[in-house]
Design a protein around this ligand. Sequence first.
Ligand SMILES: *Cc1c(COP(=O)(O)O)cnc(C)c1O
Length: 435
Amino acid sequence: METLLGHDRTISSALFEEAKKIFPGGVNSPVRAFKSVLGPPIFIKKGDGCHIWDEDDHQYIDFCCSWGPLILGHNNAHIRESIYAAVAEGTSFGAPTRLEIELGRLIVDNHRYIEKLRFVSSGTEAVMSALRLARGATGKSKVIKFEGCYHGHVDSLLVKAGSGLVTFGESTSAGIPEAFAKETIVLPLNDREKLEETLEQEGHNIACIIVEPIPANNGLLLQDPSFLECLRIKAYKHNVLLIFDEVISGFRVGFEGAAGYYGIKPDILTFGKIIGGGMPVGAYGASAELMGHIAPDGPVYQAGTLSGNPVAMAAGYAALKQLLAPGFYETLNAKTAGFVKALQDFADAKGYPVSFPSVGSIFWVAFARERIIAAEQIDPASMNHFKIMHLELLKRGIYMGPSGYEVGFVSSAHIDADLAQAVEAFKEALDIVFS
Ligand SMILES: *Cc1c(COP(=O)(O)O)cnc(C)c1O
């Protein structure tokens, strides 16, 4: 089977068989199981710069970058040395450390919309805590989320639109009580009328609107900034808090994430991924007044044994410090724009129905010509094209996340020669997809 693919996965396959005996589906996070692409998952043994190597000794240019955290590429020397230095002093104390202040200060001083923050250990935890803060601060319980936005595996947010006039959510996972899903109202992106109607009817029960300002977990559903502005205005009008879930976009499209990129002030921001420099860190931040609701200052309880972990803080600080270097984002974003343009020019010249929406250093391969801004526009059948492309790219030394609904990331470690090599591989893969 491994050789039928034309891509040798002998060792990865054997490891996968072992892993299946220990973990559900052989993995510790579902998408890693390669269910949406061809063949068994490849097991990674190391990474350096923009490259990763699998257990069967293939080398790839990596556009998954650990699903976003590695904006500086793998094994960044400065992050590595900072981690070593922190580890040498001990790995966890469950007590305050100087390192938390350093990372926290760096963020507060360089992000216009954050006065105070709290560190947690994942994006999911950040979102969960932000919802509790919104509910605690407003005394209201319902939440508006948007179809096509992902906010981690928080119970009340693993929901899709149900039927009915005001669409209360239906859970998308077993194990979530209907009562939790009912606390969430799911709306389509970019539908201002539905939003206004819902707020008119239910605003007195709604604590917050949560949105990925750059929805990047269900394709890349780039919104008009005017829609985000509309969320801001309507949230003020109806006394509802606005949460920007910036777990992907934070520190990615600029140091101030999407909020800074669009110049829109959310009430609460959530972070993960890049903030930990490759270690498990999340955070949520807001005005000092709102954060005053959090324990021990206020009545909203939230805690974590490993929160602000010194090794993770050292990694995050070493990463974010590099992002503040003058021109960092300009260079990275321009490089990505050039890469995406080369791909689009090729597809257009060949007349292939594929487009490459992008923002900052995030890009998506959409097997459609029209601009896609809402989840329901994505044709599930187009994922067959992705499947073929994914395998052909692996054969040519290019690693993309194993699902056509996932975006790709360019890091500062991808140099022009790597991107040029990747463009050639994409061209060959697309020729096969459309042959
Ligand atoms: C990845 C992601 C999360 C979840 O973060 P985890 O660290 O995987 O728990 C939440 N929201 C968004 C927008 C994300 O991209």
